[in-house]
Design a protein. Structure first.
Ligand code: GDP
Length: 330
């Protein structure tokens, strides 16, 4: 029988890539969609899957809508990808961030427990939960957590809620602890897409300079398309367990700038980037580098797209988009 999945956050980067993957695997994909005046389908359109997703109205802050969604769809699998996902905003909207990311996860789990207790549940956990903790420069599943933003705190709360539903009720509930993962449809508020978009603008003569915050922090950046495959594999283990998903490589914002500008033939990126303190954060994570050894051993998962390839892919996609877009939408 055809399997079904309910995906929250379906209109986001990961929601779009995961929907495409699940559709390719023959799933019926139900996408939970917030009512919004803004056009929500750009990411799904980009991957060509909008018409194949069944949309269900709902919002993680509205328990009744979650109960309706679970009862209506009776999914085999639930992927909870919806979140206030931008760290920077979480200092300005800490309560909303917690309502959505932590309490919202519990509301969805309650709906699942009562109305679809056999459904497997995937939670989008994050490397932000580690803060600056590491063991010999690496984060593993055993590294202690020390969240350093309202976002990270809300996500750590959700992480424990998910573990607790597994332990208390025997539900198949798992956390994928994903390190930063990017793509041409990453939101422009994130540093990688901000860079690729601005580099493309500069290359096309549409702009000359742009501002960034801390250039020295390093991140373990992978490709979102690879990471949704790991999500699927985590959900298809015999035993529900948490997994880190990462590349094991780390690069600074400066490295990202170097590769991006070099790719368009501009070697001296310093001329085009200034430091704007507005983009610095009250508390920073200096270095993230995850060990995905467990995922490699148990899931047989390895990331395919390497750092340089990812940067180039994002810059090329932005160049193409800008060339095809009229000036008003740039
Ligand atoms: P995060 O790891 O989830 O917070 O992903 P981001 O892409 O938002 O940020 C990654 C790193 O880039 C953080 O250390 C930020 O402080 C740093 N960064 C430096 N300048 C900027 C900027 O202008 N925007 C963003 N979003 N991050 C920046």
């Amino acid at each position: 029988m055809k399997k079904s999945a309910l995906v929250t956050g379906v209109s986001g980067q990961d929601g779009a890539y995961l929907s495409r993957l699940l559709l390719e695997k023959g799933y019926t994909v139900y996408g939970l969609l917030q009512r919004s005046t803004r056009y929500a389908f750009a990411n799904l359109d980009y991957l060509g899957v909008t018409a194949d997703v069944d949309f269900v109205d709902g919002d993680l802050t509205d328990e009744a809508s979650l109960i309706n969604a679970v009862c209506r769809t009776r999914p085999d699998e639930i992927y909870n990808l919806a979140a206030q996902s931008f760290v920077g905003t979480s200092w300005d909207q800490p309560i909303l961030t917690t309502e959505i990311n932590a309490v919202g996860t519990m509301k969805l789990l309650e709906a699942a427990k009562r109305h679809a207790p056999q459904a497997k549940f995937y939670q989008a956990s994050t490397s932000e939960m580690f803060g600056n903790c590491h063991q010999d420069g690496l984060q593993t599943e055993e590294t202690p957590f020390h969240p350093r933003s309202p976002y990270a705190i809300s996500k750590l709360c959700a992480y424990w809620i998910v573990n607790n539903y597994r332990e208390s009720y025997g539900m198949f509930c798992v956390n994928g602890i994903l390190f930063n993962h990017e793509s041409p449809i990453r939101g422009k508020e994130f540093v990688t897409r901000k860079i690729s978009h601005n580099v493309a603008k500069i290359k096309l003569g549409l702009s000359e300079r742009f501002g960034l915050g801390n250039l020295d922090s390093t991140r373990d950046w992978g490709f979102a398309g690879d990471y949704v495959e790991a999500m699927f594999l985590i959900m298809h283990q015999d035993v529900p367990e948490n997994f880190i998903v990462s590349t094991g490589e780390t690069h600074s914002i400066r490295d990202f700038l170097t590769v991006a500008f070099n790719h368009v033939g501009i070697p001296d990126w310093e001329k085009h980037v200034y430091v704007d303190p507005a983009f610095k954060r009250p508390a920073e994570l200096f270095s993230l580098k995850g060990s995905s050894r467990k995922a490699q051993e148990k899931l047989k998962w390895t990331p395919k797209v390497k750092f340089e390839e990812l940067v180039r892919m994002m810059v090329d996609a932005d160049l193409e988009r800008l060339r095809n877009t009229n000036k008003v939408n740039r």
